[in-house]
Design a binder for this molecule. Sequence first.
Ligand code: F6P
Length: 555
Amino acid sequence: MSDSSSGSPRLTRRPEWTALEDHRADTLQRPRLRELFAADPARAERYVVRVGDLRIDYSKHLVDDETLALLQELAAATDVFGLRDAMFRGEKINTTEDRAVLHTALRAPRDAVVEVDGENVVPQVHAVLDKMSDFAERVRSGAWTGHTGRRIKNVVNIGIGGSDLGPAMAYEALRTFTARELTFRFVSNVDGADLHEAVRDLDPAETLFIVASKTFTTIETITNATSARSWLLNGPGGLGEEKAVAKHFVALSTNAGKVTEFGIDPDNMFEFWDWVGGRYSFDSAIGLSLMIAIGPDRFRELLDGFHIVDEHFKTAPAEANAPLILGLLGIWYGNFFGAESHAVLPYSHYLSKFTAYLQQLDMESNGKSVDRDGHVVGWETGPVVWGTPGTNGQHAYYQLIHQGTRLIPADLIGFARPAGELSDELAAQHDLLMANLFAQGQALAFGKTADEVRAEGIPEEQVPHRTFQGNHPTTTILAKALTPSVLGQLIALYEHKVFVQGAIWNIDSFDQWGVELGKVLAKRVEPALTEGADVPGLDPSTTALVAAYRDLKEG
Ligand code: F6P
């Protein structure tokens, strides 16, 4: 039976889905990772896919050749590659917003042709990149000066969500490539403390604000940008004259009208387009702060890294297509094992914000409960994504991954070489860091049996506590070093993995209506907090909370 307007059967009624359910039931009787490796040690080499500089090892997953074949059949039946091709062709696959989804065009080479509504968008992309490069070079060299003629020493990016997380994450990730003589800060929270802490030790005459907002209507960003302008003009050391804004504020946006209304010279606006989703935007003009930090050449290396994985996703056969394989493995656990979350655990201090970035990418994209045809889905969709750098996590929450009751698939990400600037002594710590990564992957997969614990002479009553069941799946992603290109490769890998899962779940991964309601309600509630205004339609619980807040505030 078909109950979808597209005429295809609902996902869970597809024979490829039920075949996976049967296979899953079967796996309860099947060997565990220990036995799978004992029977087939070659899986350590066979279940590896290489993309660009990334070596992606998925051998420690609860799969065998049959599982992988069944998952691939599901991908074929749901036409993942058909939707992929439509995306790359610029078709409006974001149907609820009637938009093309073309972040891949942001990293296309100059001579590529990518059309939206019959127009090749690649020349516009490169025109903006050239304008960004020119500006970034002028700031870096000191040719762009502030209103009083002083050199810019501080760059403050004001944005939120996709207009913050990407540049902030990549700035941390690529710190060793940044112009250390410049200070970079990222302000996102409407809590005034965020802007206060970002500017309290800065001199307005040496500070450039980059206001990053696709829509230029986001209340947090516009509020912070307005306060930043007041600080620039009237704060300690303020520049006084309104015309100072022209030298100290630039905008990154799709909305020229709102940028001008705010008072930023349109010449100082760096444009992008509605076919770039906010969470897919940091390789657009939204990356300007990063480009100033690492320089235009490094930024282009980053874009080239993205492009390597785009081409791989577009052309690699299904059985060697890394985003497809990772997406399918996530489906396997989320839909057939009841796994609710996915941990991303980088063994790199510089990737401290990487998982937070992926949270928006994955959860804002695939946190959906109706399918593309508007029907409530009858299957689980996006997982909770979480994690922090590896060794810190080991001394905090890894206990639950090892011995808790939940199945938590995890990605372990590491690099063969430490970041370039370390002293010999600190660089030597890198092997210890990576030993931890490998040890965790091993312990999670193979655990420790009760007999092994007993063999160590552990008293019998303690054996259950010291036994590790193992069989916890991990993907290990290795690269030589964390370079701009490698960072681009990693992000594109996750972008396309998220795409694959959304395609299989038949959801629109490119809208985000779920964040709208809270925004609308916040605007309605605010007058009740500031002026004690009566807000009609507030529910009793919120009314009581508002009253308590006002009492505490005034009492
Ligand atoms: O939270 C919703 C959202 O629209 C995100 O998708 C986006 O990245 C963020 O807000 C910021 O939006 P903008 O760049 O338009 O300020």
